[in-house]
Write a protein that binds this ligand. Structure first.
Ligand SMILES: NC(=O)c1ccc[n+]([C@@H]2O[C@H](COP(=O)([O-])OP(=O)(O)OC[C@H]3O[C@@H](n4cnc5c(N)ncnc54)[C@H](OP(=O)(O)O)[C@@H]3O)[C@@H](O)[C@H]2O)c1
Length: 361
């Protein structure tokens, strides 16, 4: 496989730190450039993350002395020194939209964790096992941007990375009518640790700004289809969501209730999950889990602390499948929010786009 030089924009943040770990030693991608806000610019990476390194693994030695650039002021320098960037920044949405488009227009593709472009009709929002064919929209986006190489591709919100993978294969087989989900989301999803957010200990907060809307609407883009120069959202299945912040460091769990057009048997659901795999598995992408969906038969599984790191944090854990009194079935699922739900999902997306030629130099 070809080697690619990559940059991390937002390298000092919670997701950026995950990127730093995942990309150090990656077989295809080599970190050439780190960038963040002007507060971090001019420091070494070690200085810039001092006192806020939130990972359990140490800062990669190879990155400690790397300079941090200003993601905005140094944009041209960054764009010209890498083949593409990963982007995870905490800025206003219109600023992020402008930043990502500016990189793309400098012919530097952007693989984004941010929500700013998820609603843009010609920006693909891809979970590589689920809707890899949405990448076909990239030529239309390049045409709009007036670029040869540059484009933006995004991953979906971390809240839905557990229940969408579990529901999608069932939907294909049995026609998912509607789903109700309650999510129990980790504090790293807010860029926080227990040290930085002691108020969350012994507490549950029943509000995460914008999260319920994303959890209900983003699946419809994933279920959507490429038509001409845009992705047309699906109008069904219907999703309703409540999202709660819970005192957990990493790992988003979801309690799911689902009804189908043709109600499957319990065994058919289990078989569907066991047999499901996608393009990343077929292409043997480096970050792809061998088995994407794992079902646990024990009554008290999956558990956030025990199972979030399954297959490097890239697999989805499912359990407690049973019939429901109001919906056809209910079950729980779990995924790691900064791995599969953020940096890991973006790295897998980049691997898919490399393997399919969208990031050719
Ligand atoms: N945490 C998750 O689980 C998760 C999951 C999925 C998606 N996301 C998304 O990923 C993005 C980053 O989230 P996070 O949790 O990593 O946030 P975070 O920990 O607050 O980090 C934010 C990053 O953005 C940089 N930044 C802030 N203002 C900037 C500016 N004006 N110009 C350039 N860089 C700037 C920061 O640099 P400084 O250090 O210099 O301030 C830092 O590197 C957000 O859009 C979030 O919605 C997060």
């Amino acid at each position: 496989m070809k080697q690619y030089c990559v940059g991390i924009v937002g390298a000092t943040g919670m997701v950026g730190q995950r990127f730093a770990l995942l990309l150090s030693g990656h077989p295809w991608f080599q970190i050439k450039c780190l960038a963040a806000s002007k507060r971090s610019a001019g420091k070494t990476y070690e200085e810039a993350v001092a006192g806020r390194w939130a990972m359990t693994e140490p800062i990669p030695e190879s990155l400690k002395e790397m300079p941090v650039f200003d993601a905005v002021a140094d944009m041209e320098k960054i764009a010209s020194s890498v083949d593409f960037i990963f982007c995870a920044v905490d800025m206003k949405k219109d600023e992020i939209r402008a930043l990502e488009e500016a990189y793309a227009k400098l012919e530097c593709p952007v693989i984004s964790n941010n929500s700013a472009h998820r609603g843009t009709p010609d920006v693909p929002m891809i979970i590589p096992e689920i809707n890899p064919e949405h990448a076909k929209i990239i030529p239309a986006q390049r045409k709009r941007l007036g670029t040869k190489r540059g484009f933006i591709a995004v991953k979906s919100n971390c809240s839905l990375q557990s229940y969408v993978p579990a529901l999608f294969p069932l939907s294909n087989e049995y026609g998912l009518e509607k789903a109700l989900v309650c999510t129990y989301q980790a504090i790293s999803g807010a860029g926080k640790t227990f040290e930085r957010w002691p108020e969350i200990l012994d507490n549950v907060i029943p509000y995460i700004g914008g999260e319920e809307e994303k959890s209900e609407q983003e699946p419809l883009k994933i279920w959507g289809r490429v038509e001409g120069d845009k992705i047309v959202n699906a109008t069904s299945p219907k999703f309703t969501a409540q999202c709660l912040r819970v005192p957990v460091s990493d790992g988003h769990m979801a309690a799911v209730f689902a009804s189908f057009e043709n109600k499957p048997s319990k065994q058919q659901i289990l078989d569907c999950w066991a047999n499901f795999s996608g393009r990343p598995q077929a292409l043997h992408l480096p970050s792809a889990p061998k088995q994407f969906l794992h079902y646990f038969v024990e009554d008290d599984m999956p558990q956030t602390k025990l199972n979030r790191n399954l297959e490097g944090g890239m697999a989805v854990s499912i359990g407690r499948l049973r019939e429901d009194t109001q919906y056809d079935y209910k079950f729980v699922c779990l995924s790691h929010n900064t791995l599969r739900g953020a940096a890991g999902g973006a790295v897998l997306l980049a691997e898919l786009l490399c393997a399919e030629g969208y990031l050719d130099k």
